[in-house]
Design a protein around this ligand. Structure first.
Ligand SMILES: [Zn+2]
Length: 413
């Protein structure tokens, strides 16, 4: 095999001709001179159509590629410009790099793979690039992977939720596929307009193919899903319903506490303050001390203890089998309506409003647990990388790691 071919293979350069390799004087850089094969010359960098030449562009250009041993290695080649009827004056296509990138494909794929598997600082140090470069590399890799396959293919069951970032000031809407377990789509914002963007991208025909949608009770999701997915059964996430009950319980606790304080009953006020955690936890997770607190609460304040029992029994309903759960939910609603506890009377009204979708969640055993765990992983990705100053960077990283879009390492597909 000729030496130049050995270099081409070693560098993962198919479709290019190696002309020579030199160590740049005074640096630790290996410069590999390459050229495009004659059949691939003068093609538009965007559409690859053969076009008339325009000029020599900026002359010789360099692309960072994978290190050879410990040497930083670059490819160097002419990169003239052509006039494309569709894209105007544009630099020519090269087989080793994506359009507009200063890095080769193999370098970008390795960088993306490393980013999906290790911390920001490790990747940046190992590859000798800035975090900003990594984010733009991942963006190109993810865009190419999304273009190569239909991310919405065979979508039937989805889960919708939001995740907050920047200390809860801003939100990203997150959509997962219950069948593949993958993150399907994410975008900045938490409102009806944001969600409409997803269904626009999905298209009317595929919207009709959606059979189930799990979600919390947020009206912005309910409204849009009702409007856009005519054949989907909506499932209200049981954990969210239980969290509504926890909120109602806390409302009762605060009211009783305020009342006790105003009446000058400092002992009760103090006990109620201490009871907060006992009321929140599930009984099986209570410490001995918290159990004692609950017991004294049963004696001290009947309404608050009743509120606690209401919250707990609603939680238990969602652990029962489907038939029994639906039956018990009925009984629970009657109990809550007659409880004379305003927050629970109100909660009974809310649950009645979402009744069909709550029963659907029980029937199809569909919760938002997958979205919650996806959000948890996104939070880990955010913590792993300090460089996240934008929702766009978070989204592209999340798609790489959780959307099934991470490329294999070069030469190991
Ligand atoms: Zn073109």
């Amino acid at each position: 095999m000729r030496q130049t071919r050995v270099w081409a293979r070693g560098l993962g350069l198919c479709g290019a001709v190696v002309e020579g390799v030199e160590a740049e004087a005074g640096t630790n850089i290996l410069v590999v001179s390459v050229r495009v094969r004659s059949g691939d010359r003068d093609r538009c960098g965007i559409c690859r159509r053969r076009c008339p030449g325009f000029d020599l562009g900026r002359g010789r250009r360099r692309w960072r590629t994978l290190d050879l041993g410990s040497s930083l290695t670059v490819l160097e080649a002419d990169n003239p410009r052509v006039t494309c009827p569709d894209h105007g004056v544009v630099v020519t296509w090269v087989p080793w790099a994506r359009h507009g990138s200063r890095f080769t494909r193999t370098f970008e794929e390795q960088a993306a793979w490393l980013t999906a598997h290790s911390a920001e600082s490790t990747v940046a140090t190992l590859l000798r690039v800035t975090w900003r470069s990594i984010v733009s590399i991942v963006d190109r890799v993810v865009t190419a992977a999304e273009a190569a396959r239909d991310p919405f293919a065979h979508l039937e069951k989805i889960g919708i939720d939001e995740i907050s970032w920047k200390r809860g000031q801003r939100y990203i809407t997150v959509i997962v596929d219950h069948d593949s377990g993958r993150l399907v789509w994410a975008a900045k914002g938490r409102d009806e307009a944001t969600l409409h963007q997803f269904f626009d991208a999905l298209g009317e025909e595929r919207c009709r193919k959606l059979r189930r949608v799990s979600r919390d009770g947020g009206s912005w999701i309910v409204n849009v899903v009702t409007q856009r997915c005519p054949n989907a059964i909506q499932c209200t996430d049981p954990y969210h319903v239980v969290s509504w009950a926890t909120d109602a319980l806390d409302e009762v606790r605060r009211a009783v506490w305020n009342q006790a304080r105003r009446a000058g009953d400092l002992k009760l006020a103090h006990e109620l303050k201490g009871a907060r955690w006992a009321l929140w936890h599930n009984p099986e997770n209570l410490t001995e001390h918290q159990e004692a607190t609950l017991e004294s609460l049963a004696r001290l304040n009947r309404p608050l203890f009743r509120a606690y029992l209401l919250k707990e029994s609603l939680r238990l309903v969602f652990h029962m089998g489907r038939r029994r759960a639906i039956h018990e939910l009925n009984r629970w609603l009657q109990w809550a309506r007659r409880s004379r506890l305003q927050p629970f009377v109100k909660l009974a009204r809310t649950i009645t409003k979402y009744r069909a979708s709550i029963e659907a969640a029980l029937r199809y055993r569909l919760s938002n647990a997958l979205v919650e765990s996806t959000n948890q992983k996104i939070r880990l990705i955010m913590r792993r990388s300090f460089g996240f100053h934008s929702a766009e960077a978070i989204i592209v990283m999340a798609k790489l790691c959780l959307g099934g879009l991470c490329p294999p390492l070069p030469d190991r597909s």
